[in-house]
Design a protein around this ligand. Sequence first.
Ligand code: FES
Ligand code: FE2
Length: 377
Amino acid sequence: MSEQSSQAMSLPARYYTDPDYYRTELEWFFFGRWIHAGRADEVPNRGDYVLREVGEESVILVRGERGELSAFYNVCRHRGTRLCESASGRFASTIACPYHAWTYQLDGCLVGAPHMDGVAGFRAEDYPLHRVAVAVWDGHVFLNLGEDPGPLAEQLDGLDQRLRPWGMDQLRLGRRIVYDIAANWKLLIHNYSECLHCPAVHPALQKLSHYLSSENDPAGLGSLGGRMRLRPGIDTLSLDGRRRRACLPGLGPDDCRYVYYYAVLPNLLLSLHPDYVMVHTLWPRGVDRTEIVCEWLFHAEAVAAADFDPEDAVAFWDMTNRQDWHVCEQMQLGLRSRAYRPGPYSLREDLLHGFDRLILEHERRALPNRPEPPCSS
Ligand code: FES
Ligand SMILES: [Fe+2]
């Protein structure tokens, strides 16, 4: 547990309820960072693509001719029409605009522009698709919509090294559930970053892992998290605490006694169990709405087994997820009240306070003349 001021207070309501604040926050906190966008094996073959919506932007993530991943704004260079409407699919060999048939290669180069012959000064090479930066860490794909993104590793606070034993590049999708939650995305990060609510909200989880067993790392600039111990006799987080598959091969006996939880800011929650990894990807859809894609990943060999069944992990966490989403939605409603005032954090809510300070720091840099709120101690 890191040191923090006893005066640490939660943030004023506007950080969770004001649509104008939300739009600026997306700009400075999301568009300036690497954003988690799913798993690389979701587009396994040449031409496969998925769309990702970030704020009002739509991005095409596509597997190119040589197997490389590229991302482009879903915006035609002719007059701006969206190129693609389907959330996923496969391009035959090119990306064609549905409006006037400007056509692009999978690397974004413009190769067809009907009726532009004879237009003085027009050169196709001047109009490639606008590129979005892509990086991959152990099978996790990240996008960066910033002007001059730094390396992804700088944002990971060393987690790329620390989490190597889980061998996430060897994991494959077992199950995906998409949730639509009526709460601000930061409340979901907060909810993930403390377990004081576990006895009241998650009685089943509390039986498997004691809520006071958490050991948090100090809040970082790119991640928040730590680990919680499994109770004696409990092998993993499943409905009955039994583990139905081998521990992930890179883990030592000590790591198998814990579940590690990391929020990789801004929108990835990684929950690393002895035998599987659960991934939440948060997509803000409004100041009071967040879509979460939850994926359960298992070792490739486990997924390939004839009797593979992820239901023990899925059922446990689907129940637990829904309990969390419900309290977050109740909190969103409470924050809208005229009676709401910031309240004091406990010493076990240090990660939440660290996250709030990061949000305030970004706001301060973006809007240097704004007075500090009383909770920024
Ligand atoms: S807007 Fe795309 S071809 Fe005209
Ligand atoms: Fe929870």
